[in-house]
Design a protein around this ligand. Sequence first.
Ligand SMILES: Cc1cc2nc3c(=O)[nH]c(=O)nc-3n(C[C@H](O)[C@H](O)[C@H](O)COP(=O)(O)OP(=O)(O)OC[C@H]3O[C@@H](n4cnc5c(N)ncnc54)[C@H](O)[C@@H]3O)c2cc1C
Length: 715
Amino acid sequence: MTGWRDDPTLRALVDRVIPADEYPSGWQAGVGDFMDRILATDLRGRVPFVRAGLALLEAESRARYAGTRYADAPFAALPAAVQDGMITDLLAGNRRVDWGDTGPAEFFELMIRLAAQGFYGDPDNGGNIGGVSWSMIGYRVLPPGAEWPDPPPPQEAPVIGWAEVRGGYDAIVAGAGAGGGVAACVLAEAGHRVLLVERGHWLSPADLRPDHLRNQRTMAGDYDTPAGPPAQGNPRVFAGAGGDVVVWPADPRWSNNAMTVGGGTRVFGAQAWRFCPEDFRMASVYGVPPGSSLADWPISYEDLAPCYDRAEWELGVCGDPAGNRHAGPRTRGYPMPPLPANGTAASLHRGARALGLSTSPIPLLINSVPYQGRGACLQCGACVGFGCPGDFKNGTHNTVIPRAVATGRCDVLTGVQVERVVTDGDGRVTGVALVGEAAGRPVRREVTAARVLLGAGAVETARLLLNSPSGREPGGLGNDHDQVGRNLQAHVYAGALAMLDEPAQDCLGPGPSISTNDFRHYNEGILGGGMLANDFVMPPLQAWSVLASQRAFPTWGLANKQAMRTHYRRLVSVAGPVQEVPNPDARVTVDRRTTDRFGIPVARLSGRVHPEDRRTAEFLTARAVDWLDASGATRVLPFVGVPDGPSGGQHQAGTCRMGSDPARSVTDAWGRVWGHDNLYVVDASLHVTNGGVNPVLTVLALAYRVATAAAGEPS
Ligand SMILES: Cc1cc2nc3c(=O)[nH]c(=O)nc-3n(C[C@H](O)[C@H](O)[C@H](O)COP(=O)(O)OP(=O)(O)OC[C@H]3O[C@@H](n4cnc5c(N)ncnc54)[C@H](O)[C@@H]3O)c2cc1C
């Protein structure tokens, strides 16, 4: 502990940010304990800044009130109204003393953010004693009457160590995420000896408990997450409007998905949409707008449909396609019925009926009933971004990867990075170079295999190919036509937040339970479109930060606390992913001047989204506003999430697109890198376009297709 608990200035400041009313103040709710803990651990680097800010606050107080009745009174002794006035004035930039490098606005923003984290975050982080803020606003983790199942007995992860890595594998799969997990299973079950290499770790449910500061959902920006790489040693370069900047994993510009066994599926929201037939023929349906690389896929919906079906049944999806106007043809339904709808869906149903919108439940990779030996979802309010404590969410870590291991033919090596794909003198792929750490030092080793499959995610797979030049391909494997890394795309999000006139948020997870697919295609003057749905249950801290970023209410003080109380249970968001128009300048390259902790050049993300994406986003936002207006919303806050730079993050895709022409793509229609008969891509990099829905089911389906071909099996 650092003694912050006894700091009167800090205490007074926290209690102005979250004052007492009929509910405890921030300090009474344990924010002091939180500060003590966080400034001694994750944020110890901010201690000098915080100390300087508090000292300046005292100096400012003395300078302002010299000669008045408050002369020489410390900040903590000033009346609350005077303290509030002083904070307001300083936030507006009016200062009496020289704050030097410590900008008052920056200081207060940090202190306000930390106070909110301590007050609205989870009690395990040291504040929010007894969940006081959660009961104040009406958030709960478990539905009434539900209880967590007994935790499963701790199990040793079925992984091997460096010493057990053999050579001469039939296949090496780089990355144990969505695509890599499926690929390892298909190959191992087809009789191949497989090495599955993952740079992250095999995490247990306890490692991924609902920690509201360190997770892939609230991404407070200040903290490492267990399912992401630590900041230390893991930079990337982001080339935005202001030029190149080095960024770290907690920064959205780093474009983090999740790095652990299961990849994104370990902590995802589990929406399991199929792309629709038009999504595979975007250029034919809409033409190719200037500046874009919009193209048709070399395969059709019908080609992929059997693999979608396999993904839905082998991993387990609940849902019902009725009401989805753009659901493609299917040979059977989902293996499980949809989960019961969340409380916000009832108002949205009424609004949709009034507008004549067709709606459907959201397909989810979640057990709505017991399936494949695991139980049914309890509908807790802490789903997306966290691991499921009951293992009811279906990712590759609890379905296909254990199946691969059960064959006895799949070795899983974790905490080790594939550094490069290795080729022989003729440029033929012979295996991979691995790098890990032992006793704090890098350890390197090459491992041979008959074939290599890359499933490292759209940013890292491109980086791997570019970092693997050979005499025959000096610009990187598969990069003779300078295509590797281009067409980086993901999903610009569009929609609106709104306050309903009645409390409707019952915190029944995961949250998305009503969608309309009416705007996915054939919207007048728009290329493509997207699906709209209600949002995942917002952890209180996320609701606080969303409302703060919208400037919907003051970000601190009684007005903020009361707004959280009044609005949390009325807050609803309708949003959806925009089908982006890819362009070749949005790309991943490698920055040879910036290296990671092993000295490997890192990914550089550059370019912009296509102007069509803003138009589509504005169109979808307007539809979300219509829907919310018709649903009885009293206040609607539209948003259009177009980034300053390329689109990436959790839905990153497109950097090694499949195609029919080697000059315009990186792989053939079977995911085989052009010019190589034993090098494949099995992740979201393959996507030619990324659909107007969440992408993971397509990643899984493509991995089934590619791995089945790589295994030499009929598809
Ligand atoms: C919080 C969250 C919510 C999401 N919600 C949804 C949703 O509801 N629906 C949906 O469709 N999608 C969702 N996604 C996105 C989805 O998870 C991704 O689209 C999907 O996981 C991409 O699959 P992939 O195989 O391309 O890569 P990933 O699943 O990211 O897997 C790549 C793996 O490769 C590993 N790796 C990277 N480099 C190396 C290397 N050099 N050596 C070894 N290993 C390496 C990484 O650690 C990672 O585990 C969500 C993602 C997150 C994080």
